[in-house]
Design a protein around this ligand. Structure first.
Ligand SMILES: *[C@@H]1O[C@H](CO)[C@@H](O)[C@H](O)[C@H]1NC(C)=O
Ligand SMILES: *[C@@H]1O[C@H](CO)[C@@H](O)[C@H](O)[C@H]1NC(C)=O
Ligand SMILES: *[C@@H]1O[C@H](CO)[C@@H](O)[C@H](O)[C@H]1NC(C)=O
Length: 463
């Protein structure tokens, strides 16, 4: 599972020196120094003629060279510290053939930032939902290579928010949440949303005022409906209004292996439960955040996700939620009688011990299918449906390791399905478990623990 992480935590370890300087007028990248521009001069530049003559229609001119419109330019071309109005930025962008963004990017930089951080905004993204991205040019152009931008059909399942299977409900203490209004079965899609914004945690290297400036400007570049969604979000930290909404509601996602904060306003409506009935994952190609039911959810039941790693003991979970999210955990796994929460903690400890043993593939391993069965049962007892893919995977491998074909298949099938819902359809575990489900004897674990001298009893072996 990915987790919901406040932006300030992501940057906690890269606290940066803020450098405050006067903004200087510098050259606009496109003209590579030929024209010194200031705020009001954009309209007077003969851009159209210059560009149309210079490059074929699928390319744009940057630093005197033609680049394919959607390939990352070899060097930074958007220059920093120029502030234009949105209208001017829109006009400039519209005058470039095949320019991928709706507004000419505004950027800031300083000694701490090898690449400037810019605002990239595309109002037509995801069928007019729009998106803005605050990051460096190479990373933004990397995102342009994703299916979400290149192939709008890849978003067929995204952003269908009409007629949802839930209603908004106001709970006495914890506030609003979503309650199912029809029966949901495991695997039913609850949400599939593209982000309104993606913000690079490293943009904290900018002066605070510049970073905030990019975020405000970003929100104002979104289509009206998306702006309303953004401002409708609740915050809970103090400080700037845009920052607070982002910090409170963002999800950490990885795009091209880089951690980014992404905001999916619909999903922010789901409350936390340590024993959630839904799970989520982020699909990098479609830039879509999916939420699916992990078990049958009855009408009237609240739909929940876990904001944290809920395989941790109660005290640990309570601390984490209080610190990162500012609330006291009031889900049943936190508020049960001490005798019961002690049992729960004991199960969680035992889960960790079993995982360690099952992960041991050495000659001395004592791992057995019985151990894996106990693990699966403990996840069940703990109601950790959203995490069960792991237990099933261990069971599949433990049976495969003693050559029990059909039990390996049984658990591989379960693991594949749960992994799709919890880790995403292109996750490595999904591929591995699908392979095992069709041919266990062709996987690395097959018969791996047959004939181990110590420990392994081979009792799960097929007869
Ligand atoms: C932009 O302004 C910052 C201070 O806000 C300064 O440190 C940086 O050098 C400027 N960048 C350029 C390219 O002028
Ligand atoms: C559930 O509620 C939503 C509004 O949130 C509504 O659009 C939908 O039709 C309802 N579905 C059912 C089955 O009542
Ligand atoms: C991400 O980085 C890790 C190492 O840091 C590397 O092994 C892996 O291949 C990278 N993944 C992608 C998709 O680039």
């Amino acid at each position: 599972m990915t987790s919901l992480v406040p932006l300030y935590i992501l940057i906690a370890y890269s606290i940066v020196v803020m450098v405050f300087n006067m903004k200087g007028a510098v050259n606009f990248g496109l003209f590579s120094g030929a024209y010194a521009l200031n705020q009001n001069k954009l309209n007077q530049i003969p851009q159209q003629a210059l560009l149309q003559d210079a490059c074929p229609s699928d390319s744009i001119l940057r630093d005197g060279e033609c680049h394919l419109a959607t390939t990352a330019p070899s060097e930074v071309t958007f220059k920093s510290n120029i502030t234009t109005t949105l209208d001017e930025a829109r006009l400039t962008a519209s005058q470039q053939p095949n320019f991928p963004w709706t507004f000419w990017p505004e950027c800031f930089s300083n000694e701490e930032t090898p690449d400037p951080y810019c605002l990239f905004s595309d109002q037509s993204f995801a069928n007019g939902r729009g998106i803005f991205i605050v990051t460096t040019e190479p990373l933004a152009y990397g995102m342009l290579q994703k299916q979400a931008f290149k192939n709008p059909e890849s978003l067929d399942r995204s952003n269908h928010h009409a007629n949802p299977p839930f209603v908004e409900h106001d709970f006495p203490i914890k506030g609003r949440g979503l309650v199912a209004n029809k029966t949901l079965f495991r695997g039913d899609q609850i949400f599939a949303s593209t982000p309104l914004l993606i913000a690079d945690p490293d943009a904290y290297k900018l002066a605070e005022s510049e970073r905030i400036d990019l975020l405000y400007r970003g929100v104002s570049t979104l289509p009206k409906a998306s702006q309303d969604l953004f401002w409708g979000l609740l915050g809970h930290f103090k400080g700037d209004a845009v920052d607070d909404r982002i910090n409170t509601n963002n999800f950490e996602v990885f795009i091209d292996n880089i951690s980014q904060a992404a905001l999916f306003p619909e999903i922010a409506m789901l409350n936390h439960d340590c024993r959630p009935n839904a799970a989520y994952f982020f699909d990098e190609e479609t830039l879509t955040h999916y939420v699916h039911a992990m078990r049958t959810i009855q009408p009237g039941e609240e739909i929940t996700i876990s904001y944290i790693d809920s395989e941790k003991t109660r005290a640990h979970r309570m601390r984490r939620l209080e610190r990162n999210w500012g609330f006291k955990c009031d889900c049943s796994a936190c508020t049960a009688h001490p005798a019961l929460t002690a049992e729960s903690d004991a199960r969680l400890d035992q889960i960790q011990q079993l995982l360690e043993k099952l992960n041991d593939w050495s000659e001395e391993s004592t791992a057995s299918p019985e151990m894996a069965e106990a693990l699966v049962s403990l996840y069940d007892q703990e109601r950790l449906w959203a995490y069960q893919a792991t237990a099933y995977k261990h069971a599949a491998e433990a049976y495969s390791a003693v050559g029990n074909r059909f039990m390996a298949i049984k658990y591989a099938r379960l693991s594949a399905e749960f992994s799709i819902l919890d880790k995403g359809f292109s996750d490595g575990d999904v591929k591995e478990m699908k392979k095992m489900a069709s041919a266990p004897e062709k996987t690395w674990s097959w018969n791996k623990r047959v004939g181990i001298k110590k420990g392994g009893c081979g009792c799960g072996k097929a007869h």
